[in-house]
Design a protein around this ligand. Structure first.
Ligand SMILES: *[C@@H]1O[C@H](CO)[C@@H](O)[C@H](O)[C@H]1NC(C)=O
Ligand SMILES: *[C@@H]1O[C@H](CO)[C@@H](O)[C@H](O)[C@H]1NC(C)=O
Ligand SMILES: *[C@@H]1O[C@H](CO)[C@@H](O)[C@H](O)[C@H]1NC(C)=O
Ligand SMILES: *[C@@H]1O[C@H](CO)[C@@H](O)[C@H](O)[C@H]1NC(C)=O
Length: 407
């Protein structure tokens, strides 16, 4: 399916939702099997292995980890709010009295293979002598804290932060393994990131955010992601000029009104250009795709909430148009970035499909004390810890294993 056909389908899906949207969702796995990792990962015998027997076909064609379903796992969870102290308050659902526990008892089952559960010792052994960076927003932080909690069974890091708080380091000294997180919700150079000063943000969509791009040469693996910040009021700058805006604060101004997708695509183009051009970075970049939110009964600021207590089956839901648009942009820009001159290694880390099926995994009202007034009273964006986001470390372990070639 070419991009034009896809945009036609998208237009149709506006009218025919939800059936067409569902049909569109079902086309994604096909689309991905063409551009996704399974095709690019095929390896052929190198010159010096002509005498070695051909590996079995099953090894050549690696299983698509991200097409599958959630299946019961009575053994979960693997840590609690008492055993891990890295849980952000707002995702500490146990502490704030979430009454049900069924959401902790699922694991991801790819259709064509098994996804091994995270093993902290094995992971740390894989990562010995390596460093891992998370680049993104609070969902990236959510993921990192989940990983730290899963590792807390066997190891605890030393932690420090730069004075601005934009970068935090975690060092597992005994295991010679470092994690770092860079706070960059828009991935590109941004003016005014302090919400207390009021929106909108100034996004310089073709300029690097050098707080992270100047640092990534120090890392072997980078997990990059971005999400819902692109729905906030913003001014967009290109070529050092104001180019347009989203939810333009001055309604009668001459500025062009542009969409979140406009900015999202350019931000990823610029971020990938940074990755492809930073001297000394030879790492693997995992592009973690958009994790959908699950507000039902209203928007996030209009009483919408997420009260389900079990996962969807895949025929029970479909991606909303804006999420599908973001997802498609990530996949398309990833494919382009791979083909650019001097292109580095990019790997699809496709959390969109699995997380679409987890309306039950968000904090909802259990991310704060009752009665506390918050901008987003019901959090259907982040994920409880422990919770379904713990499966992202299962994915990460398997993706790393494939990169390193460990059996
Ligand atoms: C953990 O959650 C329980 C409720 O399930 C709560 O009583 C306890 O204070 C919490 N502990 C921490 C350290 O958050
Ligand atoms: C981890 O960080 C420490 C402190 O910056 C550094 O000395 C060490 O070389 C790093 N290790 C790896 C594997 O990157
Ligand atoms: C809009 O553009 C027109 C023509 O360029 C100009 O005369 C006018 O002052 C502009 N208005 C604003 C609010 O910038
Ligand atoms: C989804 O598929 C299952 C079988 O896999 C079926 O039992 C169920 O009725 C289907 N649900 C919908 C909404 O189509």
């Amino acid at each position: 399916m070419n991009p034009f056909e896809k945009s036609q389908m998208r237009k149709k899906s506006r009218k025919l939702a939800p059936i067409a949207a569902l049909a569109l969702l079902l086309t994604i796995p096909l689309y991905l099997s063409f551009i996704g990792d399974s095709s690019s990962r095929q390896t052929f015998p190198s010159h010096d292995s002509t005498t070695a027997p051909c590996p079995p076909a099953a090894e050549l064609q690696q299983c698509d980890l991200f097409s599958g379903e959630w299946v019961p796992n009575p053994d979960g969870p693997y840590y609690t709010n008492e055993t891990c102290d890295a849980i952000q308050e707002h995702q500490n659902c146990m502490k704030f009295g979430r009454p049900d526990t069924g959401y902790l008892k699922w694991r991801w089952k790819p259709d064509a293979c098994e996804l091994p559960l995270f093993e902290p010792d094995r992971f740390l052994e894989l990562m010995r002598g390596k460093s891992l960076a998370f680049v993104g927003d609070s969902v990236a932080r959510n993921h990192m804290q989940s990983l730290i909690c899963l590792l807390s069974k066997v190891a605890h890091p030393v932690e420090w932060s730069d004075p601005s708080g934009k970068q935090i380091w975690y060092q597992y000294k005994e295991h010679e393994f470092n994690i770092s997180i860079f706070w960059t919700p828009f991935l590109v150079k941004t003016g005014i990131l302090d919400p207390s000063l009021g929106c909108p943000f100034d996004l310089y969509l073709d300029e690097f955010d050098d707080t992270w791009s100047n640092q990534i040469a120090n890392f072997h693996y980078v997990i990059i992601s971005a999400g819902s910040w692109f729905f906030r009021p913003s001014y967009f700058h290109l070529h050092h000029h104001l180019h347009g805006c989203l939810y333009c604060p001055v309604p009668d101004s001459n500025i062009t009104h542009l969409t979140p997708a406009f900015a999202y695509r350019r931000a990823f183009q610029t971020a990938f250009r940074a990755i492809n051009s930073v001297a000394g970075y030879n790492g693997v970049t995992f592009v973690r795709t958009f994790a959908p939110s699950h507000f039902e009964g209203g928007a996030w600021d209009q009483g919408g909430n997420c009260l389900r207590t079990r996962p969807f089956m895949r025929n029970e839901t479909a991606l909303e148009e804006s999420a599908l648009e973001f997802y498609t942009i990530q996949v398309e820009e990833l494919r382009i970035a791979r083909t650019l001159n001097g292109g580095r290694r990019f790997v699809l880390f496709d959390t969109t499909k699995p997380m679409l099926l987890r309306p039950d995994g968000h904090p909802s009202i259990y991310g704060h004390l009752p009665g506390v007034k918050l901008v987003m009273p019901n959090d259907c964006v982040h994920w409880c810890l422990p919770g379904p986001i713990d499966a992202w470390s299962d994915f990460l372990q398997e993706l790393l294993r494939r990169e390193i070639g460990d059996k």
